[in-house]
Write a new protein. Structure first.
Length: 299
């Protein structure tokens, strides 16, 4: 259904807007889907494990700002700085997962608290645009292989790897089991705490990658980057068929949802609709997804 809606929307938009079907705009849509795609993949694993990560947007923002500052103020090679940024994101996710798994804290409260902490850290780093990244980092966004951006090709590979992990690995199967029924998973000999910690670590890693990509796109650390990304990632996961109560969902559904949201956002920009209407539309979609899930559960 979600792919049908997306295809119909693309066809209608192509008929009424020559700009939308222009190759340059198609390329922009693919690039725009990368940031949301990265954080939603991380959110997918967390939600499958019966959790939620409200800190993905702030993690992306702080990692982006931190990498920008380090690139500007040190002589470390850019590749090393980027790796350190990814590691920092993974450690933030691991901290979230440890608090949830080992201390039994509520995922929403833990990650909301982390979101607040990271918001303060971001302001402490800079309250305005800061740092100028080198061209080697900006190439992450700019480099193409023919007409297709390399970043889009890499993102396609990330989607495939995520699908393979959930479908064919012990960790993927354990994630479904722990989210579906923690007690049954424990009786089956699965280490639920480790699964939860790995899921949050992956979410932090994906958030850091999103922050680095945003930095490569803008060329400067921006304290307003990744605004609302946590909300959009939850929306994408929800309308992509991921249960808000864990244990159900697929990469294919989430990919379709990310594509649909990106196309809608692109159309809103092309027709110069206010961003407030985009937020309204996403909020209504979340409420609809929750209502549909509750109806299915009651049946």
């Amino acid at each position: 259904m979600i792919y049908t809606i997306t295809v119909v929307l693309i066809l209608v938009a192509s008929i009424f807007s020559a700009t939308f079907r222009d190759l340059a705009n198609v390329t922009d849509v693919l690039r725009q889907s990368i940031v949301l795609g990265l954080v939603t993949i991380g959110q997918l694993f967390v939600m499958l494990a019966r959790g939620i990560d409200m800190s993905v947007g702030m993690s992306a923002r702080v990692i982006g700002l931190g990498v920008a500052v380090v690139l500007t103020s040190t002589v470390l090679p850019p590749a090393v700085v980027l790796m350190l940024g990814l590691l920092a994101g993974a450690l933030l996710g691991l901290l979230n997962g440890t608090l949830v798994a080992k201390f039994g804290a509520q995922p929403f409260i833990v990650t909301l608290g982390m979101m607040g902490v990271l918001y303060g850290v971001g302001l402490a780093i800079s309250s305005g645009p800061t740092g100028l990244v080198p061209f080697s980092v900006m190439a992450i966004y700019e480099v193409t292989a023919g007409p297709v951006p390399v970043a889009v090709l890499v993102m396609g590979l990330v989607w495939v790897v995520a699908w393979w992990v959930l479908r064919s690995t012990r960790f993927g199967r354990a994630t479904y089991a722990v989210g579906g029924s923690p007690d049954v998973a424990r009786l089956a000999g699965l280490n639920g705490d480790r699964v939860i910690m790995l899921a949050y670590t992956l979410s932090g890693l994906m958030s850091a990658a999103a922050g680095i990509f945003l930095l490569a796109r803008s060329g400067v650390g921006n304290p307003n980057m990744a605004l609302g990304l946590e909300f959009k990632s939850i929306v994408a996961a929800a309308i992509g068929g991921v249960s808000l109560y864990g244990g159900r969902g697929s990469v294919a559904g989430v990919f379709g949802a990310v594509l649909l949201i990106t196309v809608i956002s692109n159309l809103f920009d092309l027709f110069q609709f206010s961003a407030y209407f985009q937020d309204l539309a996403l909020g209504l979609i979340v409420l609809l997804a929750v209502a549909i899930h509750k109806t299915d559960t009651n049946r």
